[in-house]
Design a protein around this ligand. Structure first.
Ligand SMILES: *[C@@H]1O[C@H](CO)[C@@H](O)[C@H](O)[C@H]1NC(C)=O
Ligand SMILES: *[C@@H]1O[C@H](CO)[C@@H](O)[C@H](O)[C@H]1NC(C)=O
Length: 445
């Protein structure tokens, strides 16, 4: 429900009463060092004042909203890349470093950080929300790519989740605290440094687009591609409604049909082999011939529809806002879940184009609503809940990559079950006994 909130925030419109209306903090501070963050935390702790960490504000689940007021720690001034070890494929970054900033910094090293949620988000914020996006099918999500974190606890104590300066590829030393802070959404402490895994920039990148006669055929192609172990770098699904929107928005003439956008990474020969193998699978599923490109400018053109999908969706109804859903299911259940979701949306009065990181079983529908029409907001809410429960019913999750924030707390509880939810609550209580770290989010106390 939250992109809506973020867009409202971006417009500076904090006055109207809306669901998940973003609420500003009472005070914003711009700490420039971990010690400064620690000092702010100590003062807040002693005075029971809520703290809300802020990276870039690009999250979709109200992560930076301050429902109980308090101090916003704006971390944009802590923007140093630290400790690059090219030979070990790792680097550490402060919370003001965004993913594009890191990749420009790395440009001459032959390395890159692939996790790409779309927005140019803060890497520490991406760690905090367990972000992923289009490349995750090949390179993993933030969860697989964070090796260590420096965290300021609510009382000002500074810790390193894997021990200070540790950056090994594997370890069997005790509890994995790094993994607890990945996806903690600012509710357990303030991440002031993250150590990340890096990858070699692929020698060749090839993009391809292919359309299909049905959702089932496109998703079956995805499932078969994954099952045959092809190390595809991106495999993105756009439904007919989204393709129509992209055509109108970008002046393109793609078939208005379920479509896969693909990307292959590797050596020239390797990429050609991968593309050929997937083209064969697509053909078996009655897919069209591949449109392909490896030249950067042409790749960009080929993928522009996917890159602009969000704005293309919103442009279907000028003045509208988007409500982004985000479910993830075991890949074998993906075709039925997308088909049922599309039927459900088409029975409603809303338009809801679908895009999916289908290689991971993750998809979003962008429910387009008039922000001034309470009936539409309610309808989007109901559709969203049904979508989440449909995912839960087949072993899926209510969020693949956006997080829980404020709007999905009840779904988290359903997804986990009472016992597991209570362990999460106990953790929250142990690490944030005064309930001042980004309060109300994820685990309401
Ligand atoms: C944080 O600071 C940046 C500038 O450093 C500013 O653009 C942004 O709006 C600030 N965010 C908040 C919530 O204060
Ligand atoms: C611990 O968690 C981090 C973050 O999720 C992960 O990258 C790392 O591989 C995990 N370590 C072990 C030893 O499982």
């Amino acid at each position: 429900m939250c992109l809506f909130a973020v867009l409202v925030l971006a417009n500076g419109d904090l006055t109207k009463t809306k669901p998940n209306r973003p609420q500003p903090a009472d005070v914003v501070v711009w700490p420039e060092s971990t010690n400064a963050v620690s000092k702010v935390a100590t003062i807040c702790y002693d005075n029971n004042v809520p703290m809300i960490p802020f990276g870039t504000g690009t999250g979709l689940e109200s992560g930076v909203s301050a429902p109980r007021g308090g101090v916003c720690l704006n971390l944009t001034k802590m923007d140093q890349v630290l400790d690059l070890h090219p030979e070990d494929f790792d680097v550490s970054v402060q919370p003001g470093v965004t993913r594009n900033a890191l990749n420009s910094y790395l440009r001459d090293t032959g390395l890159w950080f692939p996790v790409d949620p779309g927005a140019d988000a803060s890497l520490c914020g991406m760690a905090a929300t367990s972000a992923s996006g289009t490349n995750a099918v090949r390179y993993g999500t933030m969860r697989e790519n964070v090796m260590n974190m420096e965290v300021v606890l609510p009382d000002g104590t500074i810790i390193n989740t894997a021990g200070k300066d540790r950056r090994t590829k594997k370890t069997a030393a005790g509890y994995n605290l790094t993994n607890i802070y990945v996806g903690s959404e600012g509710t357990l402490g303030i991440i002031t440094k993250t150590t990340l895994r890096l990858y070699g920039i692929p020698e060749t990148i090839m993009a391809a687009v292919c359309s299909f006669p049905s959702v089932q055929a496109a998703v079956d192609t995805t499932v078969m591609t994954m099952q045959s172990g092809i190390p595809i770098a991106r495999i993105e699904f756009l439904d007919d409604v989204m393709m129509d929107a992209c055509n109108k928005f970008g002046g393109l003439d793609y078939p208005v049909a379920p479509t896969l956008f693909l990307e292959f990474h590797g050596s020239e020969k390797n990429v050609a082999d991968q593309a050929e193998a997937v083209a064969e699978i697509a053909q078996m599923n009655e897919g069209s011939d591949f449109q392909m490109a490896s030249d950067p400018a042409q790749r960009k053109k080929l993928w522009s529809a996917r890159h602009n999908a969000w704005y293309a969706g919103l442009a279907l109804k000028p003045g509208s806002k988007g409500c982004a859903t985000d479910v993830c299911v075991p890949i074998s259940r993906l075709p039925e879940v997308i088909v049922e979701t599309k039927e459900d949306i088409s029975k409603s009065s809303l338009i809801g184009p679908i895009v999916g990181h289908v290689g991971d079983g993750n998809f979003h529908s962008l429910l387009i609503i008039d922000p001034d029409d309470p009936a539409q907001i309610e309808e989007a809410h109901v559709l969203h809940e049904r979508m989440a429960r449909r995912a839960l019913a087949v072993g899926g999750t209510c969020t693949g990559e956006h997080g829980i924030g404020l709007g999905k707390r009840h779904l988290l509880r359903e997804e986990m079950g009472e016992g597991t939810f209570n362990v999460m609550k106990a953790l929250k209580h142990a690490l944030d006994p005064k309930n001042i770290m980004n309060p109300e989010k994820v685990i309401p106390v």
